[in-house]
Ligand binder design. Structure first.
Ligand code: UD1
Length: 439
């Protein structure tokens, strides 16, 4: 079955409800940012980890949970199937002692592609699941065929009805050998969760290797799952009959950390991000160093200084290579590094929506298919009113605004709020003149 969802990068505003708070960020640029800032919990790790609470009837306690729209959507989806949740400051507990429903409704799913991650855990626990597919706004087709074909190999069957994927496995899921066409973060996570409670052994070949998958695997192991190979492209999971509750501290957000780190060099300052594992940012920091930024790191911090001296080429690819989620931000940085840099996007089409807006601010970037040619020029950015089009694009506009002469207004920042917790507060503490205002 071929289906499409809009994803992390693409978000649709449908109807009148949900984002009536159309805030904007007003940035007075040209101020060097300096100092230390603490990384928050990872959005992309939080979502699968929260969905993993479907796999047990016991309580799971989460800490370092980022306060983000996608996290509250996930908690709402879980409450919809019967979860009792308690929320604290960057913490939550989830207990699903019994399932009241196995459905993920359209109104919530349409706002978050990661809702598809309910499919595997629901099939594993309840042997059935009904997850809506959002339609109508497939900017950048992102299929979910790998999620579905993997679960089919484990014994599930699917049909599409009224925009919902309805899955069933009346005899339960069984282990299987599943080889993925391309490494998919979401499909690997879905199958990992499903396989933890399946009968027999599952082998995931060409699995994604992202640190967020390692975090999920470690949590599942703490819950009693039998998993090996996380962080490599082959995962082995021997199913167990039940999983238990656990306390889990979510890993740091490497995309937020990379964005905050760039705020130093792009303004001619120096920023140190704390609470990180710098190894997870290896491909990113290597590219910064290649263009002349001084990057230093310790056991739980990373710092960057220097505006960059040489143009570079980079290409996005699955971990451990350069992350697509930091493509737009590095492009904003390279726009002000003298010389011709090249960025290639190999993971998602239409992930260049920030380019027209960066150009309106003074950058000189042209698109040639999946490549962007950046004619870098120091101090290229001037203030402008720009429109955020998706999560990571928004971050690149904020970085450009911090570096620009004059005032920048970044509109439609609900995109930003999906993935960055209090970004403007963190940047203010580093010296940025940035304010959230109602439109
Ligand atoms: C996750 C991240 C997102 C990041 C992306 C790539 C979360 C919540 N989101 O998204 O921020 O940009 O990884 O690092 O963790 N594909 C298929 N069929 C499928 C699934 C994916 O063809 O069934 C393709 C996609 O179109 C894409 C590639 O595989 O070209 C990788 O996508 P995937 O790793 O699945 O991304 P997400 O899990 O959606």
């Amino acid at each position: 079955m071929q289906t499409w969802l809009e994803g992390d990068a693409f978000y649709c505003y449908v109807g009148n409800k949900g984002f009536e708070d159309m805030d904007k960020l007003e940035i007075e640029g040209g101020v060097p940012l300096n100092g230390d800032v603490e990384a928050g919990g990872s959005k992309n790790a939080s979502l699968p980890i929260l969905f993993a609470s479907i796999l047990t009837s016991e309580k799971i306690e989460f800490t370092r949970l980022p306060d983000l729209k996608d996290v509250s959507t996930t908690l709402e989806l879980l409450r919809g199937i019967g979860a009792r949740t308690e929320l604290g400051k960057n913490s939550a507990s989830v207990e699903i002692s019994s399932l009241a429903s196995t459905e993920a409704p359209y109104d919530l799913v349409r706002t978050m592609r990661a809702s598809i991650l309910m499919l595997g855990p629901l099939l594993a626990r309840a042997r059935k699941a009904k997850v809506s597919l959002p339609g109508g706004c497939a900017i950048g087709a992102r299929p979910v065929d790998l999620h579905l074909s993997g679960l089919e190999k484990m014994g599930a069957t699917f049909r599409l009805e009224d925009g919902y994927v309805i899955g069933e496995c009346p005899n339960g899921l069984r282990g299987a050998k599943i080889s993925s066409r391309v490494p998919s973060v979401g499909a690997t996570e879905n199958l990992l969760m499903a396989a933890s409670l399946a009968e027999g052994e599952t082998i995931l070949e060409n699995a994604a290797r992202e640190p967020e998958i390692v975090d999920l695997a470690k949590m599942l192991r703490a819950m009693g799952a039998n998993i090996s190979g996380e962080g490599s492209s082959e995962l082995r999971i021997r199913g167990v009959s039940s999983l238990r509750g656990v306390n889990w501290r979510v890993m740091f957000d490497r995309i937020e950390a990379g964005t905050l780190l760039l705020a130093g060099p792009i303004t001619g300052g120096k920023v140190c991000v704390r609470g990180v594992d710098a190894e997870c940012l290896d491909a990113f920091s290597k590219k910064l160093m290649e263009c002349g930024v001084r990057v230093t790191a310790g056991s739980d911090w990373i710092a960057a200084e220097g505006m960059g001296e040489r143009p570079i080429s980079f290409s996005t690819a699955p971990y451990p290579d350069y992350p697509t989620d930091l493509q737009a931000q590095l492009m904003a940085f390279l726009a002000q590094v003298p010389g011709e840099s090249v960025a290639e996007e190999t993971i998602f089409e239409n992930r260049f929506m920030h380019i027209p807006e960066l150009n309106r601010m003074g950058a000189s970037i042209r698109i040639e298919g999946a490549r962007a040619i950046i004619a870098g020029r120091r101090d290229c950015f001037g203030g402008a009113t720009v429109m955020a089009t998706d999560l990571r694009a928004s971050a690149s506009l904020v970085l450009a605004g911090l570096s620009a002469r004059g005032t920048t207004n970044v509109r439609r920042i609900y995109h930003l709020d999906r993935g960055y917790e209090s970004l403007e507060k963190k940047l203010s503490r580093l010296g940025a003149q940035i304010l959230r205002k109602a439109e």
